[in-house]
Design a protein around this ligand. Structure first.
Ligand code: CA
Length: 292
């Protein structure tokens, strides 16, 4: 039986409508120099919509943690759903020299409440050593300061009641890591973006739902010309763009029955801009399926 993981916009599955993209925010319609709609601040309140950097359009969400001061900027938005989901964003760090008690430029967390004081889980962080680390500090490779990165993290509960996170950087699969169940896992409700120290910009932030389906999919209520559907083999680097015929996307010929996949459905105008520069070969490369 084919088991496919669907992520995307509005998808028809077995004649049922499912809203697959929980929310997407590009900060283009939010007023400059203010906290964007739906977000809460905690910690250092130096966080606002900015036009000094952007991935999409002209604006992004700029956060600044006190340099050398142990006072990071945290912002929080409701996830809107329970596991599983994909957290996707573009993130860019500043180039300050960090020397505080938590020298990370950018950090993404999941929390039970909208404050840095609430308990939570790390998802990914960009350290002062220019390494990208997962929850549990698995090393995903190096990064460059003052450069946008496309980050996608699939968060899911696994069959034995653990949590797994799978990471893509600039659409390059970097590995799946499994963790023991967290005692408050069922209470996770908030996405938290952080600049622990120095500046971080975030853009095109989204929470995408995942569905198990069989067979082909049909997409409606959107202009198919505006969509790109990509089939991703889970725990592997292989990706295929799925051919489109008037909104019908047939992927049967692309999948292997013993493999697991998910599908990414994006608007051409949302987050599909190719990275300006590819990361150099990651070092060290984590082993896909670690701990599984
Ligand atoms: Ca933007």
């Amino acid at each position: 039986m084919k088991r496919l993981w669907i992520v995307g916009l509005a998808v028809v599955l077995c004649s049922m409508m499912a809203q697959a993209q929980e929310w997407f925010q590009d900060f283009e319609s939010d007023p400059l120099y203010q906290l964007p709609a739906q977000w809460f601040r905690s910690g250092n309140e130096d966080s606002y919509v900015s036009a000094d950097q952007s991935w999409s359009g002209a604006q992004s969400f700029r956060l600044h943690g006190s340099v050398g001061g142990c006072w990071g900027a945290h912002v929080h938005r409701l996830l809107g759903r329970k596991l599983p989901y994909v957290i996707r964003m573009k993130v860019r760090t500043g180039a300050e020299r960090l020397y505080s008690c938590h020298p990370d430029y950018a950090r993404v967390q999941l929390r039970v409440g909208p404050s840095w004081r609430e308990r939570g889980l790390a998802v990914i962080h960009f350290t002062d050593g220019k390494r990208i680390l997962t929850r549990g500090n698995h090393d995903l490779g190096s990064f460059e300061l003052e450069r946008w990165y496309d980050v996608a993290v699939l968060c899911e509960e696994t069959a034995d009641d653990k949590m797994a996170m799978s990471y893509w950087i600039d659409a390059d699969f970097r590995g799946t890591f499994e963790f023991n169940r967290w005692e408050l896992q069922d209470q996770i409700a908030w996405l938290c973006l952080v600049a622990e120290e120095g500046t971080a910009w975030y853009d095109d932030v989204s929470i995408e739902s995942i569905y198990d389906v069989e067979g082909s999919i049909k997409i409606r209520d959107t202009d198919p010309e505006e969509l790109v559907v990509t089939l991703v083999q889970r725990r592997a680097r292989r990706q295929h763009t799925v051919p489109d015929k008037d909104g019908d996307y047939a992927f049967e010929t692309l999948v292997h029955p013993s493999k697991r996949y998910w599908i990414v459905i994006n608007k051409k105008s949302q987050g599909l801009r190719p990275p300006r520069r590819r990361l150099r070969k990651p070092h060290p490369m984590p082993s896909p399926g670690h701990g599984k």
